[in-house]
Design a protein around this ligand. Structure first.
Ligand SMILES: [Zn+2]
Length: 341
């Protein structure tokens, strides 16, 4: 049974008076408003694990701390260059050999909710899978609330096209003015070919992606179990497909739930760069491994990227510019504007 709890009474409050806050175009870093915890079963090991998300200071980033490994040996920043395995999920590790598995759904929730700084304490080596989607983690973040901090949010701007191709899979980052994930999956049978474009607009993550669950094929479950994987897997935390049937009661949450989940995974994996991306991602039959290889290729050459302060999209042109220059209309519009001011 998954459990949630807001822990720690002293909520962090918005600090006031920063000059940064008077510049409405600058996006500020955010952390949680209070600590929040959850308990659940790990997908692969099947173990029961507890996790506490704590507010963290400016420029802290997203850092995991294994509470069963005291001190710095248990500390693992959620960074692309700490990714040590991508076979069935994203695993990060440090030099002491400590690892944390299946970080991608929580990372997607933090990316989708715009959380920059958080310390995640966990008493085992794998995150709880919850319902197989990012929705329970979005709920956790919403329970804690988020607060702005006194430093600009840094975004990774893609300056040059970077592509990785292997085994019929392809991933690419291209320069653009905004963020977008374009994804295509191709499977035999009932899933078939599915395309999805995620624009990253405010609120879109929660509505469009967060509830998409991980999926597997009934015929592969025995193989996974033999490899010591998916031991905590069930119809409560994964979509299971057998032939052309979805075995879960209630069927799919979205008709194209599988590709949406791949986009969710991708968003979480991309967040290991340490901030939002300004650029477009294109993924063909890709997964955790390909996305991590892409990030390694990106960071291999400093000419590929630059870090910039994130800014709100430019305000739209005033509506008056599109209105015929007739005095009565202008007068009427002026009245309306005054009334709504
Ligand atoms: Zn996933």
């Amino acid at each position: 049974m998954d459990r949630f709890e807001v822990v720690g009474g002293a909520a962090v409050t918005d600090s006031q008076g920063s000059a940064l806050r008077s510049d409405r175009n600058v996006v500020l870093q955010r952390t949680l408003g209070s600590a929040v915890s959850c308990t659940g079963q790990a997908l692969h090991s099947g173990a029961e694990v507890s996790m506490v998300l704590h507010p963290a200071p400016v420029d802290h980033g997203i850092v995991f701390q294994r509470t069963d490994i005291p001190g710095p040996d248990g500390r693992i920043p959620a960074s692309w260059d700490n990714v040590v395995n991508t076979s069935f999920c994203t695993v990060i590790g440090n030099r002491s050999g400590a690892t944390v598995s299946t970080i991608e759904h929580l990372m997607a929730a933090l990316a989708g909710c715009g959380v920059d700084n958080v310390l995640i304490q966990i008493d085992g080596s794998e995150l709880p899978v919850m319902d197989g989607s990012a929705a329970p983690f979005v709920f956790l973040v919403e329970c804690a609330g988020t607060v702005a901090q006194d430093a600009p949010r840094r975004a990774l701007k893609i300056k040059r096209r970077v592509t990785v191709e292997a085994d019929g899979k392809r991933v690419e980052l291209t320069p653009a003015r905004d963020f977008q994930i374009n994804f295509r999956i191709e499977f035999d049978g009932t899933i078939g070919r599915q395309d999805y474009v995620f624009g990253g607009a405010s609120g879109a993550f929660k509505a469009e992606l967060s509830r998409a669950r991980t999926f597997t094929f009934a015929g592969e479950i025995e193989q996974l179990h033999a490899a010591g994987l998916a031991l905590g897997g069930s119809l409560d935390n994964a979509v299971v497909i057998e032939g052309d049937r979805v075995l879960n009661d209630g069927g799919l949450r979205y008709a194209d739930e599988c590709v949406r989940h791949k986009v969710l995974d991708c968003l979480g994996d991309l967040y290991t760069v340490g901030g939002p991306i300004i650029g477009h991602y294109h993924g063909l039959r890709a997964g955790h491994g390909m996305t991590n290889r892409l990030l390694k290729a990106l960071f291999a050459d400093p000419a590929n990227y630059e870090w910039v302060d994130q800014r709100e999209p430019a305000a739209r042109q005033p509506v008056l510019t599109a209105v015929p220059n007739t005095p009565p209309l202008r007068a009427e519009l002026g009245l309306k504007l005054a009334a709504s001011a």
